[in-house]
Ligand binder design. Sequence first.
Ligand code: G3I
Length: 338
Amino acid sequence: RSSLASMAGELGLTFGVAVNTDELENDRKYRHLATTQFSSVTAENVMKWGPMEPVRGEIDYGPAEALIASAVENDQLVRGHTLVWHSQTPAWLSPDGTETTLTPQQVRDAMQKRVTETATHFKGQIWQWDVVNEAFNEDGTYRRTVFYNAYEALGLPGHQYIADAFRWAHAADPDALLFYNDYNLEFTSPKVLAAEAMVKELLAQDVPIHGVGLQGHLATQYGFPNLQENLQRFADLGLEVALTEVDIRTFVQPDGNGGFTHEVLTPELQATTEAFWRGTLEACLAVEACNSYTVWGVGDANSWVPGVFPGEGSALLWDERLNKKAQFHELRDVLRDA
Ligand code: G3I
């Protein structure tokens, strides 16, 4: 039977998945699914700054290199995630993404080094980089991150760190497509309008930005009323767009073992979940510039959702034992009928 990757490929769409090197190396079934069902991979964690450089100056490229080697062996593209993000920063830089004991100039220098060295190290191996991740608050103001604050303290516009990051990444790896990536862009809000204004400003300044990623972390109690419109919003600026981290969580019953079981979903919630999967993929297929659709993990056992939203889960296409769910078949149907 054809894979998601091959069916999407016939439509010109790359179908991706977020993976972890540990599971790729140690779980046969996981590896089989991750390497046969998908045409691109994103590092769920191993390319983030904190995991890569826990000790200042000692950069551990190993897990990321292993992930890329697996992708090359299996003819998969790689989405690099992520060069600059306020979360999962190394403790020596900032324990919480805001506070720091470094001087503003040291923060800027460290950021330049991080972007340049990482993009240089992986040069030619990364299809798309999420250069900057999650720069906005929900009200459309810029997050006051350690990067933003350092620039302001240097007398620069706080948000200029974003333009700099794209320029440094492009100088290091001119062939990589450079993306801005964020969540809650699936409905129209001050945040999506601010992201649009930022992209226009970057383009007006000739900053090398090539795409915007809508993460697509969705929940069945909220909708995604403007997903297609907002993909089109960025496409209309001449950019590529992508759904970069899709998962769709719903209410599940704890199994008493620290996990949960998706079998207890009500038929209504199950139907809503399937309709959400269908709708997100259809939105991407409807927008010419939507070049990839990535799901944020293989099976529910690896999903970040239950840890962050207790009582919610069943957010992925395979269950805790890596059995296919109806959600998987729903996506196949969408691809078959497109
Ligand atoms: O690897 C360490 C381990 O050594 C340590 O003992 C353990 C104890 O806390 O933590 C492990 O690290 C965890 C890491 O995942 C790997 O499992 C971190 O605590 C945990 O915070 C981290 O969570 C990740 C989260 O980003 C961090 O903010 C999730 O796996 C990952 O799915 C999630 O992904 C983000 C995207 O990058 C950006 N968009 C939102 C998305 C969901 O939050």
